[in-house]
Ligand binder design. Sequence first.
Ligand code: COA
Length: 260
Amino acid sequence: MTDSPLLIADHDAVRVVTVNRSDKLNALNAATLDALHEAFEAIAAEPAVRVAVLTGAGPKAFVAGADIAEMSGLSAIQGRDFSQRGQRTMRRIETLPKPVIAMVNGFALGGGLELAMACHLRIAADSARLGQPEVNLGLIPGFGGTQRLLRLAGRAAALELCLLGAPIDAARAHQLGLVNRVVAAAELEAETMKLATQLAAAAPLALRGVLDCVNHGGECGIEEGLAYETAQFGLAFSTEDMREGTAAFLEKRRPAFRNR
Ligand code: COA
């Protein structure tokens, strides 16, 4: 598949997915959105993959947005379809039962920030710039940006970024809780892989329980969320990994989790 818009590489149990359109700053066209959807479907289905890292090719951009050239000629109905296509891909990533880390190596604008926000953790280079500049094009975010920004960083940040359309630097994004960590650009890959490797050694079913609870709880009332957490907590007692984790603690040794 030489003309795929993605590069896919495995490092033990960590799969690195790279949006590979660096001449267009990795802008998301329909083909790239579909390829991403397919790539994350595969990650969900492959037991050997425990963690995913998502990034952009080249030194400049994570993803500089939805593809403006492709969008410029769309009708209203096609625009709606494009939004649905993007939202489907973002939701596929967000609901993946395995952790996904966005390695934000440069511009994460518009659909790029929306893509990063659909991931579970975000680690950014100190040189990265993030924003929702759609209003500058007479548009609004359409891949979940208004909703995820609101949930992730609150109403003030969502309105600031989406109304002003001005990008912010990585330090400000960290202040707003939009990224989990900021590291020197030269350290980004090593730090991200360190984090991914750590997650790959953790108990996969426990990670899945956390992801499910946070995804579900973000969308329901406290009583329902707590009941869901209780059910997931109980379920964890049925796993071999829970017996192994508690036994290893008591025996003062490192646990060896087996995804069972
Ligand atoms: N969609 C389509 N093409 C894009 C793109 C996007 N979102 N972002 C960048 N590109 C393309 C440029 O058109 C250019 O292509 P060309 O060489 O064929 O002319 C190429 O990527 C390089 O971008 P360029 O603008 O020359 O780089 P720069 O360093 O001068 O500026 C940005 C970088 C990110 C500030 C600028 O590219 C930009 O503002 N991009 C759009 C961001 C945006 O509005 N995103 C939200 C879209 S909804």
